[in-house]
Structure formats: C-alpha cells, structure tokens
Design a protein around this ligand. Structure first.
Ligand SMILES: Cc1cc2nc3c(=O)[nH]c(=O)nc-3n(C[C@H](O)[C@H](O)[C@H](O)COP(=O)(O)OP(=O)(O)OC[C@H]3O[C@@H](n4cnc5c(N)ncnc54)[C@H](O)[C@@H]3O)c2cc1C
Length: 451
C-alpha cells in the first residue's frame, strides 16, 4: 500500500480501496485525462481531494482563474473519497480547553468561527450545485465510553456555551437511551450542527462544479519532480511538464517526503481505517444505534461510527503504523472487537467492506494554510488530523484567495504559520507507536476500573 514516508508518489500500482463509497458510487466523473504534453497553467494544483478541488472551484468561480489540477490517481482517490463521512464543525484534534489555554479565548473563538464557516460552505455547495450526496439530518453525539468521562463532557458543554457561544447540550445516560444503546453509553455531548453524507459523491459534485467553472482536472498524473527556474515552477509528470508561477499543494496526508524538501516532515501521515457491516436486522438496530446521527466516543484512541441509510454499521478507528502492515487482518479484527464490545448485539455480523487512508497530523495537531516561505507563489493547506471534510473545503477557498493575490486574514493566527517539522523524521513512527501503546494502556486501565 502507498506509504507517504516510503514511496515517492502514489502510482498506478496502488489499487483502489475496498470502500463502501466506491461500491455504491455512480461511475467516475468526466475529467481531463492524463497530462500528455508539456503545458502552461495559471495556477497548478497538486492533489485532487477536497482541498484541491475546492481551491480549483473557488479560483474559477470567485477569481476568474482557470486552474489545472494534477491528481496522481483518480479524483478524490485520497482521504476525500474514503473517509468516515462526518461533516462537522471540526479541524485538527486539540481539545477546546487546551486551545483556549494555549492561544487564549479570542483566538479560540476566531478558530471556531472559521470552522463554522467551513460547515456552512459545505451546506452551500450541496445546495448551489444540487449535489446529490445523501446528506443526512444534522446532529452529532460525543458519547461517554465510561461513566467517569461524563464529568468532562459536562465541562465541555460549559466551555462551548460560555466561551465559544455555541449551544452544545449534555444529555445524561437515561437521555441517550433510544439513541445509542450498549454498555459504553454513559451520557453524551450533543452538538446540533454536523451531518453525514456520501463523501465520494460529494467530492464528485465539487469536481463537477470546479470543471464547470473552467478548471482542468488531470488524473493519473502524479507530480514526480519539481524544479523552480526564476519564478516559474516546473512540475514533472510522467506524460509532460506543467509550468506555473503559482502552485497550490493539496496533498495533505498523502504528501510524500520526496515531493519538495521544504514540505517534507511537516505532517505525520497516520493511517485510519473503517469497516462496514452487512445490513443489520431491526432488532440489531434497536439494540445498537437507533439514531442515524454521527457518533464518536471519548476513548484516548477514539472510535467513530454511524448507521448508514441502508442499516449497515460504519465503524472506524486507528489502524496500522506503516503502509506495509495496513492490510494485516489483525487491524480489521481490532475494529470488529471494538464494535462488538460497544454493541454486543452485532456479534457475528459479517463485514462487507474494510479500507483505510492517510490522515495528516501536524506537531501541534492543528491545520495550516500558508504561503510556503522561500518558494515564491506556492500555497498549501492541510493537517486536518482526520477531521477535514468541511475544513478542507473551507481552506481550499482560502488557498484560492491567496493564489489570487489576496491575503487570508484570520484571528486564528496559528492557521497561517508554517507547521514545525517533526524532528528526527526517521523516528517519528517509533514515537507514534509509543503514543498508541500509552493511549491503549490508558483506555484499558479505565475499562478495568469501570468493571
Ligand atoms: C479512514 C478515514 C476516515 C475519515 N473520516 C473523516 C470524517 O468522518 N470526518 C472528517 O471531517 N474527516 C475525516 N477524515 C479526514 C478527511 O477525509 C480529510 O481531512 C480530507 O479529505 C482531506 O482532503 P484533502 O483534499 O486535503 O486530502 P486528500 O483527499 O487526501 O487528497 C490528497 C490527494 O493528493 C494526491 N497526491 C499525493 N501526492 C501527489 C503527487 N505527487 N501528485 C499528484 N497528486 C498527489 C493523492 O492521490 C490524493 O488524492 C477521514 C480520513 C480517513 C482516511
């Protein structure tokens, strides 16, 4: 499997994921094929996921610039076509209390405002483009796995309401019955905004809109070399070189260390995986997830899950450390055991799809959107840490603005800073392995305490 820390770029050898979204998808949208000759672009965009496609759309629609997207495989082949499908007010993975402590309440509020705009942008795109992507009603639950976690959720409710000015609501264990069943349900924080959708159909909708505003989307066209002469970037693909003064890098968790030395080791690619079961019986639905809302739990190594419209369970969580190990059946088993522990009524149910993808985690676990120092007109965004369905769309519009010569002014000051490199890049996976061990031990300790 493609591994950004090992391989130079995603190539033709990389198969498509065994994802539920591909199983239920329509045919691939029309694109502009491979780059077959040298060409000049007003703005070249590397990566055809939400970030890149949203930037391409915004360049055409808002700034009158026709972008050229270079995607290594097919449109939305990375995270955007294979994620857990939750569009939420989220980005990165820093708890709000830590964010307030580190950056202050004003910066936290500004960041919350950006995240909210991200979700609004997704809603607007779906409406404006009449994107048929199975959007579900709003509602997100963060569910207390252990009784001891309920107090933290109540504190979080307070912070949302008083510091962020947002109406989150704590629901006690009795109130959660009939929404989320099973032994790992001890209350929940209800967030009224956020919904699930079919992520691949949504990406294809954005792809279609970008092309209708003049963007070209070249698939099977990986950037395999990057040279800069004067202020012109020469992006080599197997079929021809694309020359552009302005470049947007939208490769996020799929960014290989080989793409450009300035970008190397700024994000840690972390593998996340999902299983989708066979359809549940009504009795299994009633005993597991009667609600169709987006759910995630409060473990250190958290699980996210939802009931799909055809009554299958989608269940996701952490996975292998390296691409070489990602297909080992024990990772699928790890999810299956977590799912049946949470929902004993699902014991024995068949798994019909199992896949994973690379999310991008920065050293401060927060996203970024900035002009790359020393490279001229090169802009990049990413680092959503597994929470980027709406925020990648939002930052795509900001990248377009920056490439059009307008600054991205935000009170969330950390967003526009270049993320720090991971030190000792070759050891980062060892650090990740140790972090997993520690979090796993912490979760196990709490489970033992809870009896
Ligand atoms: C299993 C999983 C579950 C997730 N669940 C959720 C969720 O429920 N909610 C949520 O908010 N977020 C979720 N995410 C994260 C979310 O999907 C991402 O944050 C978002 O899709 C990022 O979009 P992107 O366009 O920045 O990156 P991607 O969609 O990953 O796109 C990057 C693209 O760059 C291309 N590329 C890489 N190198 C090159 C090159 N050299 N030349 C050309 N192209 C190149 C890749 O092929 C890829 O298509 C999940 C991610 C995964 C993997």
């Amino acid at each position: 499997m493609y591994d950004p820390l090992v391989h130079p770029f995603p190539d033709q050898q990389q198969s498509n994921p065994d994802s539920y979204w591909l199983k239920v998808s329509r045919s691939e949208p029309e694109d502009d094929g491979v780059v077959a000759e040298d060409l000049d672009a007003d703005v070249a965009i590397i990566g055809g996921g939400y970030t890149g496609l949203s930037a391409a759309l915004a360049l055409g629609r808002d700034h009158g610039i026709k972008a050229t997207v270079l995607e290594a495989r097919s449109s939305a082949w990375g995270c955007s076509g294979r994620n857990g499908s939750f569009a939420r007010i989220s980005g990165g993975r820093v708890p709000w209390s830590t964010l307030v402590k580190t950056y202050g309440a004003e910066v936290a509020r500004a960041y919350f405002g950006e995240l909210r705009q991200g979700l609004d942008t997704v809603r607007a795109l779906i409406a404006d483009g009449s994107v048929d992507c199975d959007k579900q009603p709003d509602g997100v639950y963060k569910v207390a796995t252990f009784a001891s976690h309920a107090a933290a959720l109540k504190r979080e409710e307070e912070l949302y309401n008083t510091v962020l000015g947002y109406s989150a609501r704590y629901v006690d264990a009795a109130g959660v019955r009939g929404i989320h069943e099973g032994p790992e349900s001890h209350g929940a924080l209800y967030l009224p905004d956020g919904f699930s959708l079919d992520p691949l159909k949504f990406a294809q909708g954005v792809h279609h809109m970008a092309r209708s505003h003049g963007a070209r989307v070249h698939t099977n066209s990986p950037v395999v070399g990057w040279k800069t002469q004067g202020n012109v970037h020469h992006l080599a693909t197997p079929g021809g070189t694309v020359r552009a003064r302005r470049v947007i890098v939208a490769t996020n968790g799929y960014t290989s260390s080989h793409l450009h030395s300035r970008l190397a080791a700024r994000v840690l690619p972390v593998h996340s995986q999902i299983i989708v079961t066979a359809p549940m019986t009504q009795a299994q639905v009633d005993a597991s997830l009667p609600s169709g809302s987006c759910m995630f739990d409060t473990r250190g190594l958290l699980f996210y899950y939802r009931r799909l419209p055809d009554n299958r369970m989608l269940f996701g969580g952490r996975s292998a450390i390296s691409g070489a190990d990602a297909a080992a059946p024990r990772h699928r088993q790890y999810l299956y055991e977590a799912m049946t522990r949470k929902f004993p009524a699902l014991a024995g149910i068949a798994v019909e799809n199992w896949w994973g993808g690379w999310v991008a985690v920065t050293r401060n676990s927060l996203p970024f959107c900035y002009q790359v120092p020393g490279l001229g007109d090169v802009f990049t965004a990413g680092g959503y840490a597994g929470s980027g369905v709406s925020f990648s769309i939002h930052l795509g519009t900001k990248l377009a603005m920056m490439a059009a010569g307008k600054p991205f002014e935000t009170g969330a000051t950390f967003l526009t800073r270049e993320p720090e490199r991971y030190p000792f890049a070759s050891f980062i996976r060892l650090g990740q392995w140790m972090a997993y061990r520690w979090l796993h031990a912490k979760d196990a300790r709490e489970a033992r305490r809870a009896g």
